[in-house]
Design a protein around this ligand. Structure first.
Ligand SMILES: [Zn+2]
Ligand SMILES: [Zn+2]
Length: 316
């Protein structure tokens, strides 16, 4: 809730400056595409603080603003890390870790429909007897933009004693069409699994980066679930991580009154309480006027021309 010591913030920025710079480039791409809301959300992410309030004790304070967008280099990294930790804990207990990649023919229509189609096909595949021994798993959908369409494929991680390649391939081909490219099945030994999981977990943010395709990619996957856990692996928190909208309460416990689930973003006030009611309630619980404030140290550090340790030297 309190802003961290200056030095700590600066060290953190120095290490990640290039990601901030990339985030700003992406923000600009959204502005150029006529999408000012996405521009602002990306620009504000981790460079500003947002006002939060507790409806129980009426205290308000600021927390780091995060955009939670998949295209955000900072947010997608954080999500990948959290997801990676969860999957690592799961795979450590897996008997027969298998990684399966399912591909589709080049998709030339609406990419959102393509993602849905892939998901539906996989759900059918899961009911196939080949998958009867699978107790749980997770999958990640990847979409790459190509000149004439989209390459959409899926990485599945699951615990399964035996997957005969030829049979899995035939079953998949009969679902998605005969011009389906190869599929991949890999059994991973436990020592190797750790590395693999880390790579796998960061996949969702692995779009063909570059400001030129970032808007196109964003629109192609917008509102679509790309990461899912299933069977015994199902985890609601991991599912929420994939949602781009604000589904979580900024702090599950109020640091002042210790009440659970009473903390919310001031900007969500009108949606939670209703527009007119919020005007009245706000004056009681939000003493501060601004819903977003700058973190000058961060903006200065990113705006400066120097990099690395020089930044902290210049500002100290
Ligand atoms: Zn409180
Ligand atoms: Zn962000």
């Amino acid at each position: 809730m309190q802003i961290k010591p200056r030095e700590e913030i600066l060290n953190r920025i120095n290490k990640r400056k290039r990601h901030f710079v990339r985030k700003r480039k992406y923000a600009q791409a959204f502005l150029d595409a006529g999408m000012p809301q996405e521009y602002q959300a990306l620009l504000n992410c981790e460079e500003t603080q947002a006002l939060v309030c507790c409806s129980h004790c009426g205290k308000s304070w600021y927390v780091t603003n995060r955009c939670r967008k998949r295209v955000c280099p900072l947010c997608s990294f954080r999500v990948a890390k959290e997801r990676g930790n969860y999957l690592k804990a799961l795979t450590a207990r897996m008997k027969y870790p298998k990684f399966l990649t399912l591909t589709m023919p080049l998709w030339e229509n609406n990419p959102q429909e393509g993602i849905k189609y892939l998901r539906q096909s996989f759900n059918k595949m899961r009911r196939h007897k080949l998958f009867s021994k699978v107790v749980g798993g997770s999958y990640m959908i990847e979409l790459k933009i190509k000149p004439t369409g989209y390459h959409i494929h899926m990485h599945i991680m699951m615990d399964c004693p035996f997957l005969p390649y030829q049979k899995v391939f035939s079953a998949w081909k009969s679902l998605v069409g005969s011009d389906c490219p190869q599929i991949f099945i890999e059994a991973v030994k436990s020592e190797k699994a750790k590395e693999y999981v880390a790579k796998y977990a960061s996949k969702a943010s692995d779009f063909d980066s570059g400001p030129d395709v970032v808007v196109k990619w964003y629109l192609a996957v917008k509102g679509q679930r790309l990461f899912t856990t299933f069977g015994k692996w199902y985890n609601a928190k991991m599912e929420d991580l994939d949602a781009e909208y604000e589904v979580f309460i900024p702090e599950s416990k109020c640091p002042y009154c210790e009440q659970m689930q009473t903390v919310f973003f001031a900007r969500d006030g009108p949606f939670i309480f209703g527009h007119d009611e919020w005007i009245i309630i706000r004056s009681f619980i939000c003493k501060e006027g601004y819903e977003v404030i700058d973190i000058p140290e961060i903006r200065d550090a990113i705006n400066s021309e120097v990099t690395g340790n020089q930044v902290s030297l210049n500002l100290e």
